[in-house]
Design a protein around this ligand. Structure first.
Ligand code: MLC
Ligand code: AMP
Length: 506
């Protein structure tokens, strides 16, 4: 029996000597060796007791072995749970417990901190480091590559990706093999990826963008990736001459534009630059074109749906828009209250339907029912407008969400922590524009009557419990939060008040 995702992304490359990963110092890994490495990890996963359908939580540094472990999950039918390397043990414990993960693979450097968390959750702890070190790597190295592939069909779960919620609790988005495969197929065709492409890959591989877009598109097309551990401007500029395509969050493009070495000539040979995960300012789009002659192709997606819309490869790439619905995907704009479709040109809730749309939230049927309609449309929480030719513009968010450098930050999660701190009566967290990250959180705290707030203690609590990228860089103490007559906190007023927080300083 087949395993469509494995067969199409990995299995058909077995034994191939085509180049797959370009690494530091000119080293390369070909497809055949990569598939064999995945086979060794598959053998190791079976040996440590993972069966099809079991969840494996992975918080490891980006490396070819990390990618092979991900491939091994597909091969063995293990449900992959990739986790941001910035998450603290406290954040991780929720994901591990909620998903019922059977095992956790972490960086050897985090093993001591995570051991108690894994133990409490009844999960086994294994390690995999950036340079092929760690207990799982050692175990896999002793094994013959397995060629056994767990039978799966399109409706089977391939991954659970946690996305924070407006209530503060993260929800596990269940993604099936069909969700991932159908979207990768659509993108390969839409963006014209071939086996001649070399993708400059500087994104993390624990999120949709770097994993299901960048990596899966490359695997499906049979192309190669320059696999950089992170976005380092020097490394990116050095690798650029070898690349044909690049994918990034808007911060990648603003950082490139800040660098005088990034010239028209440096970008001349490139076929395509793709941006997504956060709004690309029309101004950045225009500056990029003026500098390089390339029009960045902006697309729009999310964890629950993979990619929904894209500007065209041929045809007009409209600055400030996220393009049209991808083939097979339906997009409509509805009245947020009634759910009725709105005429073109009107602003409303963006809803999407298609084979890309997830199966629901892990063990949260109520949350699923709130956001995924019975007719298959998913209510994205983004506010948008469709123009006469079907181009979508995202004009804002109906959900209380901050996107910093492509990472989502839910204010509620930070507010819940702040409200718990000694001396704090209440708090509100809002986005302020940030020249590098697009947006960055600012916190307003109101003290309990007659008490004072120890900001150092507040910062220490955040450092313990929240990933660094979520921690507000500015905290202000106010007498009261602005409220309307209904008593609702006026976040728009706070956003205005803190709008200049980061614009002068960076
Ligand atoms: C790192 N830091 C951030 C941050 N990333 N702070 C705010 N926002 C971020 N995104 C902090 C670190 O904690 C550290 O803080 C300091 O910045 C330097 O760390 P770094 O690791 O050197 O950061 P840097 O390499 O500069 O990373 C910035 C970045 C990276 C933008 C290159 O965050 C990144 O690669 N973002 C991509 C995220 C992504 O893949 N999103 C896709 C989600 S999928 P300090 O205080 O210690 O100095 C999705 C669906 C879709 O949204 O449509 O694609
Ligand atoms: P995530 O939950 O990390 O998948 O983030 C998804 C959210 O990122 C979407 O709901 C949008 O709010 C935002 N997003 C993704 N791509 C774009 C884009 N091109 N323009 C504006 N917002 C985007």
């Amino acid at each position: 029996m087949a395993n469509p995702l494995y067969d199409r992304l990995f299995g058909r490359h077995a034994g191939s000597d085509r180049s797959f990963l370009h690494l530091k110092d000119g080293a390369e890994l070909n497809y055949g060796d990569f598939v064999a490495e995945a086979g060794r990890f598959a053998a190791a996963l079976r040996e440590i007791g993972l069966a099809p359908g079991d969840r494996l939580a992975i918080q490891v540094p980006k490396s070819p072995q990390a990618l092979a472990l991900i491939a091994a999950c597909v091969q063995t039918g293990t449900v992959l749970l990739p986790l941001n390397t910035a998450y603290t043990p406290n954040e991780l414990s929720y994901f591990i417990e909620n998903s019922g993960a059977r095992a956790v693979v972490c960086d050897p450097a985090s093993a001591t901190a995570l051991q108690p968390v894994a133990e409490t959750c009844g999960a086994a702890l294994w390690t995999l480091g950036a340079s092929s070190d760690g207990t799982l790597a050692a175990r896999a190295a002793l094994l013959e590559p397995s060629t056994t592939v767990a039978p799966r069909d399109g409706a089977d779960l391939a991954a659970i990706l946690y996305t924070s919620g407006t209530t503060g609790r993260s929800k596990g988005a269940m993604l099936t093999q069909t969700n991932l495969l159908s979207n990768a197929e659509a993108l390969v065709a839409y963006w014209r990826f071939t086996d001649q492409d070399v993708l400059l890959h500087a994104l993390p591989i624990f999120h949709t963008h770097g994993l299901f877009v960048g990596t899966n598109v490359t695997l499906l097309a049979g192309g190669a990736m320059i696999f950089l551990p992170k976005f380092d401007i020097d490394a990116v500029l050095e690798a650029l001459p070898e690349a044909t395509t690049m994918m990034g969050v808007p911060t990648f493009y603003t950082r490139l534009l800040e660098d005088a070495r990034f010239t028209r000539q440096a970008a001349q040979h490139m076929r395509l630059f793709v941006s997504g995960s956060a709004p690309l300012l029309a101004e950045t789009h225009e500056r990029f074109e003026a500098r390089t002659g390339h029009r960045i192709l902006e697309r729009y997606g999310m964890t629950e749906t993979n990619m929904n819309t894209s500007n065209p490869y041929d045809g007009e790439r409209r600055a400030g828009t996220v393009g049209r619905a991808l083939p097979g995907v339906e997009v409509k704009v509805t009245d947020p209250d009634s759910g009725a479709a709105l005429p073109r040109g009107e602003i409303g809730m963006v809803e999407v339907r298609g084979p890309n749309v997830f199966r629901g939230y892990w063990q949260m049927p109520d949350k699923t029912a709130e956001e995924l309609r019975a007719d298959g449309f998913f209510i994205t929480g983004d506010l948008g407008r469709l123009d006469a030719d079907g181009y979508l513009t995202i004009v804002g968010r109906g959900k209380d969400l901050i996107i910093s450098g492509g990472y989502n930050i839910y204010p509620k999660e930070i507010e819940l922590l702040l409200d718990d701190q000694p001396g704090v009566l209440e708090s509100a967290v809002v986005a302020a524009p940030h020249p590098d990250f697009g947006e960055s959180p600012v916190a307003a705290l109101v003290p309990q009557p007659g008490q004072s707030i120890d900001l150092e203690a507040v910062r220490a609590a955040m450092a313990r419990d929240l990933a660094r990228f979520k921690q507000p860089k500015r905290i202000e103490i106010l007498d009261a939060l602005p409220r309307n007559t209904m008593g609702k906190v006026q976040k728009a007023e706070l956003r205005e008040r803190f709008a200049d927080s980061f614009l002068q300083t960076v």
